[in-house]
Design a protein around this ligand. Structure first.
Ligand code: ACM
Length: 682
């Protein structure tokens, strides 16, 4: 834990992010929070003569990073940089790199950097290009607008990651994600210093990579929606340019139906097989008893190992139903002959043979926590998704592990929930230092049942930045107010960096409510969120569009959060105080907006079949706003209500705060509930 951090947090509260009066220190909202930072008064002006020079070790990747820096500064500030790629004698930013990094980025390489900014200039220094890439992202985050123009505040930052494996899983199978989505996701990951793309490439619902050895994999298992080998290489190169490793996952022996459409001989049941269109755990599984299965996998993994240079290779291993194994007499005979007492034992047998193949192709096997078995060699990496217990168990047993439990972005939970989950917390807190060192980090997971290429950005961002911070920043960085303040700033920056989580909102709202009603639709949508966890049931089919209110609504509405916080401020503030008046005004303003919605949106909904379910939500929101307004009046007048009134309002709130048909929750209901509860009563 860096000793200076508390000081930084104090500075954070003492000076607002966009201080208008240098020489007071400006503390920009960085995310992830650096390991060590000290801020001094003053700032370096960012003008059109800005340029950066590369000294020490250099390579084309570093020059490309500088070119991106220029492009992003221009995009962010509108300042045309006069030097272009020429470097003046005294560049504002000097970048010094110590040495080359590994040819293929390795787990645990030095990613540290040091950034010094004074009023006179800036210097970024890093042992390897990886640190330079991270430092440039920090530099961009430092760019701050003031009344004097754009500046880079004077800081000294010494930064390095807490965990060496900071990943994100992207499922491109349930719903297809075109290459452009993957590329901009990599830009976003780089911006928050994540360094592993876990590319989930095969499933029941699709096989997404071109195999030349087995062309029926993508030919019959993908509807034509797959990445060519050239596209894969492009993604891998793009990731490397941003300090990100790419690890493919080919899920087996379960989650594999799409393989069997073209190659039914791999399966344990008779088939025929078709691409699954709906969601769930299906029974089709590879046949672990046939040598031909391993021969196929040997050829396939050999081909993929050429395409994906990373040391690690993910074989899935999750959720094998076992039904096909139980129902196949030959498999049952095999199990008896090999003393495999149950399905997990058969899967362990499969994993051992698979691991040898993966090893033969110079890759290290990664799998979901179901693969944990004492017979597997200790270099296998276990990814925990079912709980923190399995991660601790893996580490105790001598395996290295990754945490994904608690980091599922598809469950539409709030950033603070993810933020509170620490890879070394929970069951891992009892591990000894040697065991803890086996925990490499974690990965957020963007499963794609209920996302499309249109909505994916808003499901990843900005919440993923909170997980990225958990994996990069010191364990003691846990302040939620600071996190949310920085999350909002980071959200806007990610949008400038090419993500579409904000820009993509309006077209969806326009589609539902018509082009003239998107403002009112946004008021409605900002007050709701998708149902949480695994509660979503409709659109349970790959071929159905995801274009309803639940898809437009944000997994975490930061606007709803602000409302709920303002209610807290209102209740906490002394009567007749300015804070209380301000909070009351803000709350009332929101309530009035919601009260007006059924009327203002009526014409929009009347002409839109998609609007019908949104109309129900607008009515529920207005009804809650009405209750909240009555509560505000009673609180203001100190006029007690009856206990029955209160009970009835709370009962009504409970009923209305989830709409199971629209599959949304009213995200401002917690604030409204507090208002009702705060009313004096007899
Ligand atoms: C998983 O969520 N089945 C890894």
């Amino acid at each position: 834990m860096p000793a200076r951090l508390p000081l930084i947090l104090i500075l954070f509260y003492a000076f607002p992010a966009f201080a208008q009066n240098p020489p007071e220190p400006i503390v920009p909202p960085l995310m992830p929070q650096p390991d060590r930072m000290s801020v001094t008064a003053g700032a370096m002006p960012l003008t059109q003569s800005f340029a950066a020079s590369l000294t020490g070790y250099t390579e084309p990747r570093l020059q490309r990073a500088v070119d991106r820096l220029y492009a992003r500064i221009t995009a962010q500030t509108g300042i045309p940089l006069e030097y272009g790629t020429r470097v003046p004698d005294h560049p504002a930013l000097v970048i010094h790199t110590g040495r080359a990094s590994e040819k293929v980025q390795k787990l645990g390489e030095d990613e540290s950097y040091r950034l010094d900014v004074t009023t006179q200039g800036a210097r970024l220094e890093a042992p390897t290009p990886l640190g330079v890439l991270h430092g440039l992202e920090t530099f961009l985050q430092l760019v701050t607008s003031t009344q004097q123009g754009y500046v880079v505040p004077a800081v000294t930052i010494e930064d390095k990651p807490r965990f060496p494996w900071r990943g994100m899983l992207l499922d491109v199978c349930r719903h297809w994600m075109p290459k452009e989505v993957v590329l901009r996701t990599l830009d976003g990951m780089a911006a928050v210093k994540m360094n592993v793309l876990h590319w989930h490439l095969s499933e029941y619902q699709g096989f997404r990579v071109e195999s030349r050895k087995f062309p029926r994999l993508q030919g019959m298992g993908s509807d034509g929606l797959y990445y060519t080998q050239n596209e894969v290489r492009e993604v891998v190169d793009y990731a490397r340019d941003r300090g990100i490793r790419v690890i493919p996952e080919f899920d087996m022996p379960g989650h594999a139906t799409a393989w069997f459409v073209g190659y039914p001989q791999l399966a344990s049941g008779p088939g025929p097989y078709h691409i699954e269109r709906t969601w769930g755990v299906f029974d089709a599984a590879m046949d672990p008893t046939r040598d031909s299965t391993y021969k196929f996998l040997d050829t396939f993994i050999g081909e993929m190992a050429k395409l994906f240079p990373d040391d690690y290779f993910h074989i899935g291993g999750d959720e094998v139903s076992g039904k096909q194994w139980r129902e196949n007499e030959k498999i049952q005979v095999f199990m008896r002959r090999h003393h495999l007492k149950d399905n997990p034992a058969l899967q362990a047998y499969f994993n051992q043979r698979l691991q040898k193949i993966v090893r033969k192709h110079n890759r290290i096997m990664v799998g979901w926590d179901e693969i944990l078995h004492p017979d597997l060699p200790k270099d296998v990496v276990v990814q925990s998704w079912r709980g923190q217990q399995s991660l601790a168990q893996a580490a105790r047993d001598g395996y290295r592990g990754l945490l994904s439990f608690g980091y599922y972005l598809d469950l539409a939970q709030h950033a603070d929930m993810h933020y509170a989950i620490d890879p070394l917390g929970g069951a891992a807190a009892t591990l000894n230092p040697e065991q803890q060192a086996r925990i490499l980090g974690g990965e957020s997971c963007m499963w794609a049942e209920w996302i499309s290429d249109e909505t994916v950005d808003s499901r990843i961002w900005p919440r993923n930045a909170a997980i990225a911070e958990r994996l990069w920043s010191p364990a003691g960085v846990t302040d939620l107010n600071s996190m949310y303040q920085r999350l909002e700033a980071q959200s806007a920056r990610l949008e400038t960096a090419g993500l579409t989580h904000i820009a993509g909102y309006r077209p969806m709202l326009e589609r539902i409510g018509g082009v003239n009603s998107w403002r009112e639709m946004k008021i409605l949508s900002d007050a709701v969120e998708p149902v949480k966890g695994y509660k979503r049931r409709l659109d349970h089919d790959q071929r159905k569009p995801l274009n309803r209110l639940v898809d437009a609504a944000r997994p975490e509405s930061l606007s709803a959060r602000r409302f709920n916080r303002t209610v807290d401020a209102f209740i906490a503030a002394p009567e007749n105080s300015t804070e209380r008046k301000q909070a009351a005004e803000e709350v009332t303003g929101k309530l009035n907006e919601w009260l007006a919605l059924p009327e203002t949106l009526k014409p929009a909904f009347e002409n839109s079949p998609m609007g019908a379910e949104a109309a129900g939500v607008a009515a529920a929101l207005a009804s809650l706003a009405q209750a909240a307004r009555s509560a505000m009046q009673a609180i203001g007048a100190q006029q007690p209500v009856t206990a029955e009134w209160k009970a009835q309002q709370l009962d009504n709130l409970k009923k209305l705060s989830t709409d199971p048909n629209a599959e949304v929750v009213i995200a401002v209901a917690p604030g409204i509930q507090k208002l009702i509860e705060a009313v004096p009563y007899k």
